[in-house]
Design a protein around this ligand. Sequence first.
Ligand code: ADP
Length: 458
Amino acid sequence: MRTLYSKFLLYTILIMIGSTTIGFLIVNTYYHQQMKEENDLKNVAIAEEITEFIESGGDFELTEYLESIGDVGYQLYVVNENREERFYGGEFAYKNIREESVDVVLNGEIYHGMRDQHQETFFTGFFSDELANTVGVPFTYDGERYALFIRPDIRLLFQEVHTLTAGMLIIIAIVSLIAMLAVAKMMISPIKEMTKATKRISEENFHEKLEINRKDEIGRLARSFNRMTDQLMQNDQSRKEFISNVSHDFQSPLQNIMGYAELLGNGPLEEEDRRSYATIIKNETNRLSSLTKQLLLLTTLDQLNTLQKQEFSLTQQLKDCVTTFRWQLENKGISMSLHLDHILYRGDESWLMNVWDNLLTNAIKYNKPNGEIVIEMKENVKEVMVKISDTGVGMREEEIEKIFRRFYRADESRSMEVGGTGLGLAIAYEVVEKHGGEIVVESQQEKGSTFSVHLPKM
Ligand code: ADP
């Protein structure tokens, strides 16, 4: 059974055989429990009516009368005490009545062959054309005792019905088999298409879409498949973009280092130039180092499934973070004010430290000399909100939308100048998102920016 189609065919045939068997058994049970007895009584009643008429002593010829009963659709067997026997109506296929059964009837009792004869499972016994499958009643005619055995001539009554029923069953079986196969084909063809599409994707061809417009589960699967293809295409694009960005960001500091190292090595230099070249090399090395660290952080974040959450003082963490920037703040003449409620938060302490570190680095990097930074922290029943505002260069509306993308820098030359990598906000965004929160940005060019971090309490 290698294909779904052959499985479907097999199951269909098995179901048809199974349902026919079950139907057959139910009908049989009904026949044995209910119909057999009723049928026997019905035929006894008919036989008694016939014998009553015979015994009423009317003006008729017994043989003629019994022949006429045979003509209307009965098989009859009449026997007297001398074992003289006559048959009327349709012929019995098997003339197999037992001597004792005849004796019983001649002795005045009734023979219930229809009820007692066929004890096996199949209701087809009902149609069995044998003398034993009759009812027998006694009667007296011209002072002589007779036994009359009778059954309806099924051949006569049911021949057409039989043919029609059998024909109908065969047609139902053939039509349902063909219909099932057509349905199977219809169900299976989209799966074949999906298999082809999966192969295309494995060959990195994301452009051909599945054209399956159905409303059922297969249609839903096809739509999910198309969404997955889109997502894979986007991932593939961002992976390629990421690699080209990484190469570019490594390439330029490396080239600078190489160039200035060559200058340093090539002959005598003024002391001032020498110092300046060495400083450039040191700065470029620092940039490469922080780029590597941030790339590592991003990769770790991408692979991180669960955060190490624990309760800690967010207030203390922000204060500690600010302390590490004291020297830079003084250097740039930036004043800092803190308005922090005392808040305990359950989250990943070390990843959250990265968020504050990146936001504060930016608030200082993109601030103006002698500018200001305000940090506020509040909480309500649902969340904790940390707001970091600066009086820096600000951003344009269209830049705000992009700043959380990896490697995005609104002003490339300024970012490079201040040692930016374009990765800090991408890291902050992912950490906050992993905590179920969000970062909202408001900014005005040349006035400043406010980054509000919303962290839900869980
Ligand atoms: P970078 O290392 O370049 O600072 P980030 O991911 O931290 O990278 O920020 C992305 C860009 O967003 C920055 O290049 C900068 O243009 C802009 N940006 C970030 N924070 C601020 C801010 N406080 N004021 C103005 N611009 C900002």
